[in-house]
Design a protein around this ligand. Structure first.
Ligand code: AN7
Length: 360
């Protein structure tokens, strides 16, 4: 019988801070595909590129890895409600895992700035949703304050249980490849994910499965790039709403991830993000939300500028599914709406529009 993936806590039980008998709240997260992408290897002129397709998680983003651990710990502590600030994906994951745990969820999102796919998930999973008149950074400040003064359990990545779950993505990369890549790139927002990969790869080195850490590259959107400007951005702006974050919580951890792995931070414009979003869809077959294209976009930019290190193997984490924020696929590069043609229900009409000639 084929092996049924049991979610990251059970799959990596001996490498996570859980004890026998602890509650485990899971939707079967993790075990996501690592997809060989020859088109990207060609574009970047390197040996191999793999995409870690985190959109294949149960709620469509990598956030599920950390939510299974955070909500399981919340259950252990007897929590009745969880709270999260979110640009969208954390709210979707918190809402779904709260349902699985029989808890209420409260999510604080920046008003008008989360994609409708993500909002629909939070609504579907009956979260109490509040649109805050402010940005993500305001939402996170509020969520922290509320969790300190009220009976709601914080499940943002400032909660260390989140990073514990998210580190399993690094384990999976090694499990799939049998080695660590030379370089691993990803989008960079609140900086939980790069910190978690750093933790995961460090543990792989400690147990001797790898000898050298991959260079960790975190790529930000140019309008929300505090790691590039060197200080918090007060008014972050980008179409990649998932990473529209000006004051990342895991600042020091992300700096350590970069420094200790000889990695790099980069930034890309919205135009560069959308170009790569299209390239991934059209040339690799992997559909992601715009923010998830930033890792690859940052590497391509470095390649064009001649600053991409000469390496053999690259992994790029694409963090969220394209269906989260599908509107961008329905626009041309110039921003024009794409509408498929209508046709009469006749083979000859279809063939004519397609320019097909009848077989001889
Ligand atoms: C698709 O959901 O912050 O650097 O509140 O949704 O770990 O923050 C989402 C972030 C990348 C950035 N890609 O990761 C939230 C939230 C996607 C994301 C990031 C996010 P971090």
């Amino acid at each position: 019988m084929a092996h049924q993936w049991r979610g990251v806590i059970r799959e990596y039980f001996d490498r996570l801070p859980f004890n026998e008998g602890d509650p485990i709240i899971t939707l079967g997260e993790g075990g996501t595909p690592l997809i060989l992408a020859p088109a990207l290897a060609k574009l970047l002129d390197v040996g191999q590129v793999h995409l870690k397709y985190e959109g294949m998680n149960p709620t469509g983003s990598f956030k599920d890895r950390g939510m299974t651990t955070a909500v399981s710990k919340a259950a252990l502590h007897g929590a009745k409600a969880v709270i999260a600030a979110s640009t969208g994906n954390t709210s979707a994951a918190a809402a779904a895992y709260a349902v699985a745990a029989g808890m209420q969820s409260v999510v604080l999102v920046p008003a008008g700035k989360i994609s409708w796919g993500k909002l629909s998930q939070a609504v579907a999973h009956k979260a109490q949703i509040l649109q805050v008149k402010g940005n993500f950074d305001d939402c996170l400040r509020l969520a922290r304050e509320l969790s300190q003064g009220y009976p709601v359990f914080l499940v943002n990545s400032v909660n260390p249980d989140r990073l514990q779950g998210q580190k399993t993505a690094a384990f999976e990369v090694f499990d799939a490849l049998g080695y660590a890549p030379d370089l691993h790139a990803m989008p960079l927002g609140n900086a939980g994910n790069i910190s978690a990969y750093h933790l995961g790869y460090k543990e792989e080195r400690e147990i001797g499965r790898i000898s050298q850490m991959p260079k960790l590259w975190g790529i930000q959107a140019a309008g929300a790039a505090p790691f590039i400007t060197g200080s918090p951005v007060l008014k972050p702006e980008t179409i990649a709403t998932a990473i529209r974050i000006g004051n990342p919580a895991s600042w020091d951890l992300a700096q350590a991830a970069k420094t200790e792995t000889d990695g790099a931070f980069g930034s890309v414009t919205d135009k560069e993000i959308l170009w790569m979003h299209r390239f991934l869809s059209q040339e690799t077959g992997v559909f992601v939300e715009p923010s998830s294209a930033t890792g690859a976009a940052g590497l391509y930019k470095a390649f064009l500028q001649g600053t991409l290190p000469k390496v053999e193997n690259i992994v790029i984490t694409v963090t969220g599914h394209g269906l989260k924020d599908p509107d961008w696929a329905l626009k041309t590069e110039a921003g024009k709406k794409i509408k498929p043609k209508k046709v009469a229900a006749l083979a000859t009409s279809v063939a004519e529009i397609l320019g097909l000639e009848k077989n001889k």
